[in-house]
Design a protein around this ligand. Structure first.
Ligand SMILES: Nc1ncnc2c1ncn2[C@@H]1O[C@H](COP(=O)(O)OP(=O)(O)OP(=O)(O)O)[C@@H](O)[C@H]1O
Ligand SMILES: [Mg+2]
Length: 277
């Protein structure tokens, strides 16, 4: 497995790789969810590139950039074992030299949900992913369903900017008790880790109600609110039940819907979602 940091080295290494090329962008501190993206990429592509970059521009001023978990040696060992061919580990200086002043911004889709409570978050995501796409030039890029709005926004950006890249969204990997794997789960102490199952429990309660015939979006949201309210360590930031494609809030469920939520467990913010219908 080759590891590069500078952009010219990245471009040189990339030119030596045959098509189809798969790409898995990450912020590191890897878990089995990331590995599953690599495995899916390996099954469909001749070579796989991964990137590790904790992107400062997608963090808000009061968010956890400074304490975001990092373990590069462990990440590299995991990617090597998973069969990645090339890893790009750009520094902040490589991605954002001092004169940097260009942003990539998706409009409508980013206004709600995560975009509403994390202003500028998606501007940071789309800018860095566009730069990663330009440097790596993959045929296919792999993202996780856990970050459902991110996947929708990246798909939109890819189409709108004519990147010749297929966006593939992979299922959310979960712990045995249902908690969605996330690098940020490391922040949870043992009590909080227990409480964090409330996201999965709330989504499951709503899904069970849907499965027994409920089609009122507000009923499903209310079930999520009630489940979270019963968990003393949890504070619901938002729950949303939208059309899967447009992310417009629904009154009545018909086709594919996205039930998504953000919860604070103590100081740690977690997100999760189910696709319903
Ligand atoms: N549990 C998971 N299952 C599948 N894919 C995942 C999972 N968690 C994250 N991913 C995907 O991995 C990619 C890199 O995400 P990232 O490095 O931000 O990890 P993360 O676990 O989401 O970290 P954090 O929760 O701190 O943002 C994204 O496409 C993300 O959707
Ligand atoms: Mg993430």
């Amino acid at each position: 497995m080759k590891i590069v940091t500078a952009l010219p080295e990245m471009r040189t290494a990339r030119r030596a790789l045959p098509a189809p090329l798969g790409f898995v962008p990450t912020m590191g501190y890897l878990h089995a969810g990331h590995v599953s993206l690599v495995q899916t990429a390996r099954a469909a592509c001749v070579r796989v590139v991964a990137s590790i970059f904790v992107n400062p521009t997608q963090f808000g001023p009061n968010e956890d950039l400074a304490k975001y978990p990092r373990d590069l040696p462990r990440d590299l060992a995991m990617l090597d074992t998973a069969g990645v061919d090339l890893v790009w580990t750009p520094t902040v200086e490589v991605m954002y030299p001092p004169s940097f002043q260009t942003w990539v911004e998706v409009d409508g889709l980013t206004r709600r949900l995560e975009g509403e409570v994390r202003p500028r978050h998606f501007r940071g995501v789309t800018t860095v992913v566009a730069k990663l796409f330009n440097a790596v030039g993959p045929d296919k890029a792999y993202f996780g369903q856990k970050d459902a709005q991110q996947a929708a926004v990246i798909r939109r950006m890819t189409k709108d900017l004519d990147f010749p890249i297929e966006i593939i969204v992979c299922p959310t990997l979960r712990e045995a008790d249902g908690l969605a794997m996330s690098s940020r789960n490391i922040y949870l102490n043992s009590e909080e880790r227990q409480a964090a199952t409330v996201l999965f429990r709330a989504l499951s309660a709503a899904k069970a109600s849907y499965d027994s015939g409920e089609r009122g979006a507000e009923k499903l949201r209310a079930l999520v609110r009630e489940t979270v309210a019963a968990e003393p360590l949890a504070r619901l930031q938002y729950v949303s039940c939208t059309d899967y494609d447009t992310l417009e809030e629904l009154e009545t469920l018909r086709g594919k819907a996205l039930l998504s939520m953000a919860v604070f467990i103590g100081p740690t913010r977690l997100i999760d979602n189910f696709v319903i219908g």
